[in-house]
Write a protein of this length. Structure first.
Length: 227
């Protein structure tokens, strides 16, 4: 059995660049034949994301950040559709984005302000905690390539039709560096539905299980709908 899974998914509730409420998006994903998603809302400097919450305690900020994940999870209750938590992290001083799996709100409450790390120090942190760490859309014009020695994987196909992600170059780099390859729709708008994903032989139990599946290569290929 091959299950189509979306690993790059944003919600209106949390990501300011997304415009589809989580419940609407989850219903559309189910109708399109996906078996689950990892909600990877942006994790950036909180005084930029939630300026009005600058004085809140860290745990309260994470609860605000997790609104999209919770809404997506609740929308799938009572179905076989699996919703897990991930994040798309950006480190201070760089426009690069990185997809991370193995984290959930409780984990992030215990390890504050991870965006103050560098890719190198975060990779060591990921190794220590069993996280999967991959650079997203590394060949967009505003991005620079991270040192592959400090990555587990690379998003070799990004299906967002509003960006030129130069996916062919990402695939070439991943093959040359021996990195795990992932693909995703980078869902922000209704038009992003069904443009990417990965095939799994089973649904992950949770985000930590999904990280382990990626780290060990327990997946059955990529889905790239090249519109």
């Amino acid at each position: 059995m091959r299950i189509l899974f979306e690993p790059h998914f944003h919600t209106k509730e949390t990501s300011s660049c997304a415009h589809v409420p989580a419940a609407t998006a989850i219903a559309a994903m189910q109708k399109a034949g996906y078996g689950g998603v990892a909600v990877t809302d942006h994790y950036r400097v909180f005084d930029r994301m939630f300026a009005q919450r600058a004085e809140q305690a860290w745990c309260e900020k994470i609860d605000c950040w997790a609104a999209g994940y919770r809404a997506a999870r609740d929308a799938a209750l009572g179905t076989d559709f699996k919703v897990i938590c991930g994040m798309e992290i950006s480190f201070e001083g760089s426009p690069n984005d990185y997809l991370v799996y193995g984290v959930d709100p409780d984990f992030l409450k215990n390890y504050p302000e991870l965006y103050k790390m560098t890719p190198e120090t975060f990779f060591a942190f990921a190794e220590e905690h069993g996280l999967f760490f991959a650079q997203a859309h590394p060949f967009r014009n505003y991005c620079s390539r991270a040192n592959p020695d400090f990555l587990h994987g690379l998003e070799v196909y990004n299906g967002n039709i509003r960006h030129d992600s130069q996916n062919d170059l990402a695939l070439e780099l991943a093959e040359k560096a021996g990195l795990r390859q992932i693909a995703g729709s980078d869902y922000h708008e209704l038009e992003d539905l069904g443009t990417g994903g990965i095939y799994l032989g089973r649904l992950p139990a949770d985000t930590r299980d999904f990280a382990k599946m990626l780290l060990t290569g327990e997946y059955d290929g990529l889905y790239a709908n090249k519109l």
